[in-house]
Design a protein around this ligand. Sequence first.
Ligand code: TCH
Length: 331
Amino acid sequence: MCTAAAFRSKDFYFGRTLDYEFSYGDQVVILPRSYPLHYLEQETQTRHYAMIGMACVMEDTPLFYDAVNEKGLAIAGLNFVGNACYHPHAPGKENIAQFELIPWLLSQCASVAEARKRLECMNILDTPFRPGLPAAQLHWLIADREGSLTVESVAEGLMIYENPVGVLTNNPPFPMQMQNLANYRHLSPDPVEATFGPGLSLPQYSRGMGALGLPGDLSSQSRFVRVAFTKLNSRCGESEEESVSQFFHILGSVDQQRGCCHLGEGKYEITLYTSCCNTDRGIYYYTTYDNHRIIGVDMHREDLEGGSLIRYAPVTKERIPIQNAPKGDGV
Ligand SMILES: C[C@H](CCC(=O)NCCS(=O)(=O)O)[C@H]1CC[C@H]2[C@@H]3[C@H](O)C[C@@H]4C[C@H](O)CC[C@]4(C)[C@H]3C[C@H](O)[C@]12C
């Protein structure tokens, strides 16, 4: 399972949890403006916007899971298994392979509005990156500080939906997620009046009872409701630290702990990493399952005019300072 969210305080933040049972070899990758981008059916781009994101690099190609470009446009791909359907070459369309979608849009679009224009003439090809690595069945959250889209390539074609909530999880298709949200329209962060029935006095015995009924399980439909409620009711200060901290709390509402989602044969799905990118500043923050310390990688500290990929292996080890150690232990 995975969850992605867009969030605005003073700056605009975008990130995701990546929930899975193994890592493909994730790295924080900065792709500078002159790194050539090759496509199956499109001309090679030799100059384009720079981007930063989480990817695995195969044959010198960064295969992005989520990324943000220097203009503040952000995209995350999330599993959409059983519903994603890609198509053969379509004449008259811009034919883009599934693994090319993120670089194709981030290399040339500065906003959601520009991405939408490109998407309207796109066809997503089923061609795998290489034999033995089938095309991941995904749908995408695309966002900038003005708004969000959900993009789903299904049997009927490429669907582009306005996403008024700015969150995405996995199945079912986006229109069903939104319809399901209506079942929770009564939830509130405020205390609510007892309306159960006339003449019955029911006590408000706890704080937080306005959100009683918010689903707590790990299914993708429940996570959609939970993260939407958390994000829409989020309040935080405008500083970078407060905003980043709040963003990790929003995605913390759908964090997946080892043991709660058994896949059989002793395998468990866990939140491998959580990301939060300040899209205005180009800083990609992340935590990993065993490293709760937020680590940042700032794309503007690198040579964005260069022609080589810049790669950082994620910090995966927990470091727990002891506050009353002799020299404060770095607290
Ligand atoms: C597994 C990841 C999605 C996690 C997720 O949504 N989990 C939910 C599980 S479930 O539905 O609820 O069961 C996806 C997100 C991005 C994907 C990767 C990117 O699309 C880049 C390439 C694309 C290639 O086609 C396959 C390898 C790959 C390297 C993908 C592997 C894998 O499918 C990733 C890492």
